[in-house]
Write a protein that binds this ligand. Structure first.
Ligand code: FMN
Length: 311
């Protein structure tokens, strides 16, 4: 099977990539992703300046996924911008994604201006959905703030822009959010970020799993797959066709990748499973996806992408 994925005018060898925040903090990790079966990569969500993030332990692998409250540790925008600018000079490197997540709207706009004025020619992802900064609500759960943010962003930003969204749970929320997003020339949405503020309890020790926020943290992995698929599909049914979708959440195997694509994703991202397995996960996922396609007689992604059947 041919796993080539197209995304606007970009072509990737596979539809697979890392999810921001996992295995993308350092240039060494980013280089290892480029050497893997991932079709491309996204950098760790950046703030203007370096952040140490929350106290540890702040991430825990769980049997059904993961819980984390990292608090946006990152090297600062200049570090990641410098990386993608260096790499884009190499014709063998695919188009890259650069993620930003300011602590305030002013910081987001400041970073977007910096990127706009740089030579970066890849895709920029504005993270409107970080659930793990104490005292900060997620922008994307405030519909007025989301609309204001997008209006201000597109006033100063002239390059391809996507947004990373949190999961929504009510069909009326999908209607409202899609109606806002459809007003802007977005290149794509990326859905979903972690399901915010889960609480894992270890019954033996009678304690939580992570230190920040008394144990509350974002859920990833198998816990979130049905929510992720619902968000991909609900937005694919509501968004302008020009807005592409990156499906993120709960991917453990090739069947999960297939399901995301069937629901309407153009590319997929892997967080928790990449944390557990490292970049070799992409070799396995590509092989499992190809096996499923071969068994079903599909030759290319377009043969089934978005073609989910209802009863
Ligand atoms: N999402 C972001 O957009 N920016 C981040 O900086 C970010 N950091 C994360 C750090 C960790 C340790 C984890 C586990 C997730 C983080 N996420 C971040 C969310 C993931 O990108 C992804 O949306 C979420 O984990 C669901 O995917 P999964 O089920 O494959 O883990």
């Amino acid at each position: 099977a041919d796993l080539t994925a197209s995304f606007h005018d970009h072509t990737f060898q596979t539809p697979l990539m890392n999810a921001s925040g996992v295995y993308c903090y350092t240039t060494e990790e980013l280089d290892n992703l480029l050497a893997s079966k991932a079709g491309t990569l996204v950098t760790k969500s950046a703030t203007i300046n370096y952040r140490a993030g929350n106290p540890e332990p702040r991430y825990r692998n769980l049997a059904l996924g993961s819980i984390n409250s990292m608090g946006l540790p990152n090297e600062g925008l200049a570090y990641y911008l410098d990386y993608v600018l260096k790499k884009q000079a190499d014709p063998t490197v695919p188009t890259l994604f650069l993620s930003v997540a300011g602590i305030s709207m002013a910081e987001d706009l400041d970073m977007l201006s910096t990127i706009d004025q740089s030579d970066f020619n890849g895709l920029t992802e504005l993270n409107l959905s970080c659930p793990n900064v104490p005292g900060k609500p997620q922008v994307a759960y405030d519909f007025e703030a989301t609309e204001k943010m997008l209006a201000a962003a597109f006033e100063r930003f002239h390059k391809p822009l996507g947004v990373k969204l949190p999961p929504y749970f009510d069909l009326t929320q999908f209607d409202i959010v899609a109606q806002i997003l459809n007003q802007y020339p977005l290149a794509y949405i990326n859905t979903i970020n972690s399901i915010g503020n889960g609480l894992y309890i270890d019954v033996d020790s009678e304690t939580v799993a992570i230190k920040p926020k008394g144990g509350f943290g974002g859920l990833g992995g198998a816990y979130v797959l049905p929510t992720a698929l619902a968000n991909v599909h609900a937005f694919r049914q509501r968004l302008n066709p020009e807005i592409a979708i990156i499906g993120t959440g709960g991917i453990e195997n090739g069947a999960d990748v297939f399901a995301h694509l069937l629901a309407g994703a153009d590319l997929v991202q892997v967080g928790t499973q990449l944390m557990k397995d490292g970049p070799d996960v992409f070799t396995r996922l590509a092989a499992e996806l190809a096996d499923i396609m071969n068994a079903k007689g599909y030759h290319k992604l377009a043969d089934f992408k978005g073609k989910l059947k209802t009863l």
